[in-house]
Write a new protein. Sequence first.
Lengths: 128, 130
Amino acid sequence: MSLKSPLGRVLGLGSAGTGTEHWIGQRISAVAMVPLTLWFAVSLVTLPALDFYSVTAWVSAPLHAVLLILLVVALVYHSSLGTQVVAEDYLHAHGLRVVVLTVLRLLHVGLAVAGIFAVFLIATRAPL
Amino acid sequence: MSQVSRPLSPHLQVYRWQISNTLSILHRLTGVALALGGLALVAWLLALASGQAAFAGANGLLGSLFGQLALVGWTFCFFYHLCNGLRHLAWDAGRGFDKAVARKSGVVVVAAAVLLTVVFWAVALTRVVA
């Protein structure tokens, strides 16, 4: 018979302990994207035109630029968490799994930086 | 081992194919497709940031037959993932777990996704014509 307490016997035997943040992060980014994506979809079909000048002028409005950056951040974060779970579910070979998870994470960081910087460049371009 | 052929979790062989698991798989598939859509969105923004020629090139790609198919596909994936995502959030809040309710909400989600996709493109195309 072990003299360990019931708590002592189970401590450290569970998950890695980081699942809750992942789960909550996925939900918060989902909730944020409900208004952001609907705003983006409605904006796309109500823009006067989708040519270079019209879209540039639209993105340049400070409110639109901020909302677009928020959309990029929420989308890339949600995508990063989602594709991570897909990879974890289907890739069982340890090496491949680590490589794919690393590439996915780096790719998403790159996407976020690229998206934010692109919106910044468009919004701060010299008046057309 | 003599028993390796026994069913292992999640016992896929003994489950009847039904709407709940179909929509669950579809949620994941549309999510992966939308991850690629996010890549396309950032590429589109980068093209716009790069200048007129790059933006014209990106729009040309999106306007090609393949591009149009991808856009329609992404639209459906978006509306489906959005509607089914709201269904998931309701479940997270402990609502709609009843078997009959969950089945009904699944049908509603698919119908809403198709309807919203049609409405989106109807509005978009009317504006192109006008």
